[in-house]
Write a protein that binds this ligand. Structure first.
Ligand code: HEM
Length: 194
């Protein structure tokens, strides 16, 4: 392990994200994992096969759960963006190369944009297909009129965004694990522990 980095000890006293932002990070990470797994399961099997497998009631609950999860993530992402803009980001206390800084900014920017975009596109696709946009048992007002051709394109965009998010998450998680292995303080900036 490199010794060029400050120790991640309890009393390291190094700057890190605020506690609310760290909680939001891990909460969104868990919810996003569920919504990606659930979304790809729904998209791959398709409505008819799901109804065949589990019946109409459970199928409806599965769609409602996916939509509710997505709208919850959208709300939490907006909150997170506001907190981040108000608080700014703590300075890096370790030497990161120009390339590392560029990649980390790019990856974080792409994640913010795509994770905010995917529930919006999913909601528009659902409304255009003439299906209800549910948040738990509430039906939210449709933002656009029914349009099957547009719905097809929007669902395509929803799926491509899902694949892009997974690709960017691979880079994000890979970088996080690398910092963890090096024992530098970067993971400590965002971890929930002390
Ligand atoms: C962070 C939020 C979300 C993520 C990560 C996500 C991800 C996904 C993914 C990856 C798919 C599979 C696409 C495919 O294979 O065709 C999917 C399907 C679907 N999503 Fe989302 N989604 C989110 C939010 C939403 C929202 C808010 C709605 C609607 C209100 C929604 C409605 C749907 C529907 C109806 C399907 C099934 C599409 C089909 O059967 O072709 N999603 N989602």
């Amino acid at each position: 392990m490199s010794t060029d980095y400050p120790s991640v000890g309890v009393a390291s006293g190094l700057p890190r994200h605020s506690f609310p932002l760290r909680v939001l990070h891990w909460l969104i990470a868990v919810l996003l994992a569920f919504s990606l797994i659930g979304g790809f399961t729904l998209g791959t099997l398709g409505h008819e096969r799901i109804v065949e497998l589990v019946g109409t009631d459970i199928a409806n609950i599965a769609y409602m759960a996916h939509k509710t999860l997505g709208i919850t993530i959208l709300g939490l992402m907006v909150l997170r963006l506001v907190v981040r803009l108000l608080q700014g980001t703590p300075p890096y206390a370790v030497e990161l190369s120009g390339f590392q800084r560029f990649m980390s900014r790019l990856v974080h920017f792409l994640l913010y944009v795509m994770v905010i975009a995917i529930p919006i596109v999913g909601s528009l696709a659902t409304a255009a297909a003439g299906f209800p946009v549910n948040f738990f048992t509430w039906e939210l007002p449709a933002m656009i009129a029914e349009n099957p051709a547009l719905a097809e394109q929007l669902f395509q965009a929803h799926m491509i965004l899902g694949l892009c998010i997974i690709a960017v998450l691979v880079l994000h998680i890979g970088a996080g694990l690398r910092h963890k292995r090096r024992g530098d303080w970067v993971m400590h900036r965002i971890s929930l522990g002390r």
